[in-house]
Design a protein around this ligand. Structure first.
Ligand code: ATP
Ligand code: MG
Length: 1046
């Protein structure tokens, strides 16, 4: 066992226990009023204890009690609020023993078993007249109508199923002394279900209608309801059309019982219900017209009175009722009249009419009325069946409801009671067979240890009635068929002959003196399973023969009423061949019914009548005890208690429940019996709960089975979920596989495509590279197809690179990208063009001021370039117009020299000619002379004319020596100056003085005139630092650092 299955089975087990505990818990809770199941009765063999429980519950309005799965129902004779929709919902899908006993629980249980086991069922409802069989069957039908799945189509069927009831009850039920709504026909109804549980159709079988009631009712009884309903409820127009009066007292067929009005029956509203039901069952206006025509004609028939003619024969003279019958049945009056007063005799191919006496005519009239009504009733059942028929031929399962007339005993019991009680006898036999007898036989057969429960087997009574040659039916038929003088009394004599000494048969003649007192001469008494019934043989032969004169049938065939036409078909065997007698037909139909029932799974409702007075709340102990006895309830309980509620062939049991045990699921290898054993061990059945038979398992209590069934329900869902999950997984996996394959395919295609593209790219690349290499190798050759592309590439590449690396300024013009050989020439041209372009661009950008300045610079360059060491540093320093603005020149000086126009001023350091002391001075160039100024004083004026020359060293100092002509003694001598703007100042001077040649660049020493005739020297040297000092030799030593190259 895998870990998983272990877990599942453990949780299942736990749930099973839970369900069991719940069930048991609620069982005790529900048992507060008596016991809901007689099986739980301690003193289960005691009839009194049984009765006590029934009574206790009855007085608490708990009319239902179980004996295992059998439902005992006691007629409450009052409306209980236990049949509403809420109740129905409560009982839907709940196990039988989980809720208080109810007819709904039984109905639901049957329904669910049918669905799950896919088999046919029937519910046998039995009990004596007035015990509540018909009510029970209606409740069951109503429950199915509400609980079954519904669709519009199904609702249609459902409505017809439900509404067939009031129609059949109107035509087939009547008030008797026992029951105000007594079924006077037997009814077996199949409800057909599709596999989902939807009610899809139905079929009704009817059994022997008590038609004598049409013409005769005992005191205190009524005819069939429909007559009263029509007279009371039918609208005026209808009654007029039918020629009826709204008064039941007018009609002979309605007054014999002297109780046309019954407080418990509302004929007027019942009429409405029936009319509505008929239209739901799809009766056309025509159908209804004909149907009510027949009912009316029966009432008129009953009123036909015959007169006696002088010969004593019956005559009918202008009888209004006859006219109405003629009109309603569509038969000419004369024809009808003749058929009611004469009998056709065929003798030697000659037809003769023999007249009836009045009694005979009345008999013929009543026979016709009974025949018409009886046949119409059968037509009605067939018509309802047509409307209930399920057209779909697929397999259906059915639940059959058997509601038949109950066992009844009146003061005078006739042929009808004999048939009814015989029918009940047969059903009792079936019940015994299916429950007590077969059950015990089965235990024996299966080898189950068993203490036999004695029970009354009513076979002896059934045989008494139906045994061939000896039985009552055979004897009756013999007498009926015997030619010549057979009468009811000869029939009785025959019975006495044949049944003399039978323990269940007694007649006046055969009885002991004591019993004889209770019997009339025409009586016979049967000791039925349900008690003694004394039958009066009067009418037995006649009713059994059920003869309708041939000419009456012929006349009926002429009818214009469609239903009558249908009921008297031309194909009907004619009277020469005797039809089966009534009782033989009935016997045959009961055999048929038994066969139908035997092929289905049975469920039982046993109905009990609490009192004879139809009174609520009265529990007549004697009456109930009697019913408990003859219904065999005590025996049933004993068998239930001692026996097993449920049995199943091993194979079927295993097949159903094997998912509940991991060892049996999904397949069991051994025998089915071993499998079942393994399964129930796993489910934890106690040793006392079950027995293993030869071919079947027997389960003692229903609760054990229900617990198993509940576990199975849960398990089924789990399995379904697992299967669903597996299937979903399988589907998803399949889908995934498909997608994966598709993805792989797409991937492959894509990869292939990519690979091909890659290969093409590589091939192309190889070609390109080869060509490139070849081009490279032949790059210096003539242009050919080999190197054309390469060269184009080289060209383009060079040009592109060149574009990005062009010189930014004219000065960088030599910084030109080295061209490949083939571009050399072009490059040169391009370079030239580009430089020209740059120059042009540069030149265009130069202002006139800048031009003037550059010209000055050019002048400076011619004078100093390559001559004076620090000249290169000056190149980048632009010249300005003046270094001292006029505001900074002393006003006195300005006043003195302004007229000469100041051209340029610059601060200088003047070295004394003697001592070489430095002094700050301003050097001002005017148009005509250069002035050395100290504050407001002009220290020296040198006219340009008298400027001999200007000396500067070749080193990087800033010394300027202005050599002056010294003809004038007043002249002070040469000027030794130091000026930071040496090149600017000297260039300005040469321009202003217009003398370029005066500038001398000297090396080493400069001689100068301190004053005329007295010379001084300045020595220029390069050193580590800039220094000016008076050397020991009296020279001015100017040491300057070597200018670093730029
Ligand atoms: N469950 C019930 N609740 C209320 N009243 C009921 C119930 N069962 C029966 N009755 C009353 O008892 C009457 C007789 O019941 P019902 O007609 O079902 O008897 P029956 O067994 O069919 O008799 P029969 O054999 O004569 O047809 C009903 O008309 C109704 O008044
Ligand atoms: Mg009934």
């Amino acid at each position: 066992m895998t870990h998983n299955t272990l877990e599942v089975s453990e949780s299942l087990e736990e749930r099973c226990n839970q369900i069991l505990r719940n069930m048991e818990g609620s069982l005790t809770a529900r048992d507060r009023v008596g016991l809901q199941d007689f099986v739980l009765l301690d003193n289960y063999t005691s009839e009194s204890a049984f009765l006590d429980n029934l009574r206790k519950r009855f007085h608490e309005n708990l009319i239902y009690t179980y004996i295992g799965t059998l439902l005992v129902s006691v007629n409450p004779y009052k409306e209980l609020d236990i049949y509403n929709k809420t109740n129905m919902d409560t009982y839907m899908g709940v196990n039988l023993f989980e809720l208080p006993p109810h007819i709904y629980a039984l109905a639901d249980n049957v329904f669910r078993t049918m669905l799950s086991e896919v088999n046919n069922h029937f519910i046998l409802i039995s009990g004596e007249s007035g015990a509540g069989k018909t009510e029970a069957s209606k409740k069951i039908l109503q429950f199915y109508a509400v609980s079954c799945p519904s669709t519009r189509l199904l609702n249609n069927v459902r409505d017809r199923l439900v509404l067939s009831n009031p129609v059949l009850e109107a035509f087939g039920n009547a008030k008797t002394l026992k029951n105000d709504n007594s079924s006077r026909f037997g009814k077996y109804m199949d409800i057909q279900f599709d596999h989902q549980g939807g009610a899809v159709g139905g079929h009704i079988l009817s059994y022997l209608l008590e038609k004598s009631r049409v013409v005769h009712q005992n005191h205190g009884e009524r005819n069939f309801h429909i007559f009263y309903q029509l007279v009371e409820g039918g609208d005026e127009e209808l009654l007029r059309w039918l020629g009826l009066e709204r008064n039941c007292q007018h009609y002979n067929y309605l007054v014999q019982g002297d109780c046309a009005k019954v407080s418990s029956i509302n004929d007027k509203s019942d009429w409405k219900t029936v009319k509505n039901a008929l239209s739901v069952i799809e009766f056309s206006e025509n159908d209804m017209e004909h149907l009510f025509g027949i009912i009316g004609s029966v009432l008129h028939l009953g009123n036909i009175k015959f007169d006696k003619d002088i010969r004593g024969y019956a005559t009918l003279n202008n009888n209004p009722d006859l006219h109405w019958v003629s009109k309603l049945l569509g038969i000419p009056t004369q024809v009808l009249q003749k058929s009611l007063t004469h009998r056709k005799i065929e003798a030697k191919a000659e037809e003769m009419f023999s007249p009836f006496t009045v009694d005979h005519a009345v008999y013929a009239r009543d026979a016709l009325a009974k025949a018409i009504y009886d046949r119409t009733f059968n037509w009605l059942v067939n018509r309802i069946n047509e409307s209930l028929a399920n057209k779909d031929s697929s397999r259906k399962t059915v639940i059959g409801l058997l509601d038949i007339y109950g066992f009844e005993v009146f003061n005078v019991n006739r042929f009808e009671q004999f048939c009814i009680n015989y029918c009940n006898e047969k059903l009792q036999q079936l019940f015994i067979q299916l429950t007590l007898k077969s059950e015990q036989e089965e235990y024996e057969l299966e080898g189950i240890e068993w203490e036999p429960v004695p029970f009354f087997n009513n076979k002896i009574i059934c045989d008494l009635v139906e045994e061939k040659h000896r039985g009552i039916i055979s004897t009756l038929d013999e007498e009926c068929l015997r030619p010549g003088g057979a009468t009811d009394l000869t029939f009785l004599e025959k019975l006495e002959e044949k049944l003399n000494g039978h323990p269940h048969f007694v007649t006046h003649k055969l009885a002991d003196p004591k019993t004889r007192k209770t019997l009339e001469r025409e009586d016979f008494r049967l000791l039925h399973y349900a008690g003694e019934v004394t039958y009066c043989v009067t009418g037995f032969l006649d009713k059994n023969n059920d003869l309708l004169y041939r000419n009456v049938k012929e006349v009926m065939r002429q009818s214009q009423n469609a239903i009558i036409q249908h009921c008297f078909p031309i194909t009907e065997p004619d009277s020469k061949k005797r039809p089966e007698t009534v009782v033989t037909q009935f016997k045959g139909s009961l055999v048929g019914l038994t066969e139908i029932l035997m092929s289905k799974e049975p469920s039982y409702v046993r109905c009990i009548k609490p009192n004879d007075g139809k009174q609520p709340g009265r529990f007549d102990d004697v009456l109930v005890r009697h019913q408990v006895k003859y219904l065999g309830l005590m025996e049933h309980l004993r068998v239930r208690r001692a026996g097993f509620a449920y049995r199943r062939r091993y194979e079927l049991f295993l097949q159903r429940y094997k998912p509940l045990c991991p060892d049996t699921w999904p397949h069991w290898k051994g025998t089915a019996a071993d499998g079942v054993l393994c399964l129930i061990k796993h489910l934890g059945y106690e040793a006392n709960d079950y027995k293993m038979g030869r071919t079947k398992i027997f389960i003692r209590h229903p609760k054990t089975l229900f617990a198993t069934e509940d576990a199975f329900e849960i398990c089924k869902h789990e399995l379904a979920t697992r299967i669903q999950a597996k299937y979903k997984g399988y589907r998803a996996h399949g889908e995934f596989q498909k997608q994966k394959e598709a993805a792989t395919k797409i991937e492959n295609c894509w990869r292939g495509l990519k690979a091909r593209q890659e290969r093409e790219k590589r091939q192309w690349a190889v070609k390109v590279i080869k060509k490139f290499i070849k081009g490279f190798m032949t790059r210096n050759d003539e242009v050919s197809s080999d190197n054309r592309e390469y060269l184009a590439y080289v060209r383009q590449n060079y040009l592109t690179r060149l574009k990005e690396n062009l010189p930014k300024t004219v000065l960088e013009r030599n910084n030109w990208l080295t061209p490949p050989p083939i571009m050399k020439e072009a490059s040169k041209l391009l370079q030239k063009m580009y430089i020209r372009y740059m120059v042009q661009k540069y030149v265009r950008g130069i202002t006139p001021q800048r031009t003037a300045q550059i010209q000055m610079k050019l002048l400076t360059s011619t004078m100093f370039k390559g001559k004076k060491e620090n000249y290169p540093f000056s190149v980048c320093r632009p010249f300005v117009d003046t270094r001292i603005s006029e505001e900074d020149i002393n006003i006195k000086v300005l006043q003195m020299i302004r007229h000469e126009r100041i051209k340029y001023s610059v601060p200088v350091v003047k070295y004394d000619r003697n001592g070489f002391r430095p002094r700050l001075r301003q050097l001002i160039f005017t148009q005509t002379a250069a002035y050395l100024v100290e504050e407001g004083k002009i220290k020296q004026r040198v006219e340009y004319n008298s400027l001999k020359s200007v000396s500067v060293s070749n080193l990087s100092d800033n010394f300027i020596i202005l050599h002056v002509t010294c003809e004038d003694i007043k002249q002070k001598g040469d000027l030794v100056l130091q000026c930071d703007y040496l090149f600017e100042a000297l260039t300005k001077l040469t321009v202003i003085a217009n003398n370029q040649t005066c500038i001398k660049v000297v090396q080493g020493s400069v001689r100068f005139d301190i004053q005329p005739g007295r010379e001084g020297f300045i020595d220029f040297v390069s050193g580590q630092e800039c220094m000016v000092y008076r050397a020991k030799n009296g020279h001015l030593m100017v040491e300057s650092t070597r200018a670093k190259s730029r």
